[in-house]
Design a protein around this ligand. Structure first.
Ligand SMILES: Nc1ncnc2c1ncn2[C@@H]1O[C@H](COP(=O)(O)OP(=O)(O)O)[C@@H](O)[C@H]1O
Ligand SMILES: [Mg+2]
Length: 252
């Protein structure tokens, strides 16, 4: 586990996917929660070494974190609202070891731009994204069984991450594990998603995040996975995140 002496600079894990609704905010908050639980402040009144940062103007991270009672929130959070300079400042803060950044989805800003143009465009959000990506140690790209997330995942990797040399992992999210088995010679959904990654040579996290109702209710209930009940499906829902957090640490 990281300590404040052996890591001079905080490591930045960024959730990035062109498509909204694929799980960026869910993954950012819950990975920060697991990491924060594993890396508590050295003294009760010291700052948390784990920070969740949102550059998202919609502020889903802020809305969610604000609902979790202060004494149960294992990370600090900041919402930059696109301000430049805050992420590098956090990275340089010796008290911080891990930063999980939630980003907004993005569009091609100019529909007439050449196909190989940089898709982040030029606005304020684009500048904020650029700064985050420059500081990112590992990008996580959520992929869900819904095929509408596939092309945006590929687009994010090919057009945004690879040109900048940002290391990445695909994270399969919202997997319906319940009846996912081979039928009539058709491969299970999870294997199809993994094949999709393999055929493109995209590294993917071994642990998929299953789809559970508790995840979608958690923001409203002011919960992160570390506060889920330790029984039944809640336990399985949190277990996915504990395992994913380990893969993320290994990939860093
Ligand atoms: N593994 C999951 N199981 C169930 N619901 C999920 C899961 N991951 C995300 N969701 C829900 O799907 C919706 C979109 O997720 P969100 O994290 O907000 O995506 P993004 O930030 O990429 O737009 C939210 O309502 C969220 O609660
Ligand atoms: Mg979001």
């Amino acid at each position: 586990m990281p300590s404040q002496t052996d890591t001079a600079r905080a490591k930045v894990v960024t959730l990035v996917q062109q498509k909204g609704g694929s799980g960026k905010s869910t993954l950012a908050v819950n990975l920060a929660a697991v990491s924060g639980q594993n890396n508590p402040p050295e003294k009760p009144d010291a700052p948390c070494p784990v920070v969740a940062a949102g550059i998202d103007r919609q502020g889903s991270l802020e809305d969610w974190s604000a609902r979790v009672p202060e004494d149960r929130l294992p990370f600090d959070y900041v919402v930059t609202k696109g301000r430049i300079g805050e992420i590098p400042e956090l990275v340089a803060d010796p008290a911080v070891t891990r930063i999980f950044v939630d980003t907004p989805g993005f569009m091609e800003t100019d529909p007439d731009a050449p196909l190989d143009a940089d898709p982040l465009g030029t606005g304020n959000t684009a500048k904020a994204m650029e700064e985050v990506l420059q500081n990112t140690d590992l990008a996580l790209v959520p992929l869900t069984p819904e095929w509408l997330t596939h092309r945006p995942a590929e687009f994010t990797i090919e057009r945004v991450l690879k040109p900048r040399g940002v290391k990445f992992l695909v994270v399969i999210n919202m997997w319906d594990s319940g009846n996912d088995r081979e039928k009539d010679g058709v491969r299970p959904e999870l294997e199809k998603l993994r094949d999709w990654c393999r055929s493109r040579n995209y590294p993917f996290a071994a642990q998929a995040i299953r789809r559970y109702k508790i995840h979608s209710k958690a923001p409203e209930d002011g919960l992160t996975v570390i506060q889920y009940p330790e029984s039944g499906t809640s336990l399985r829902a949190r277990e996915d995140f504990y395992k994913l957090a380990l893969s993320v640490e290994q990939a860093l």
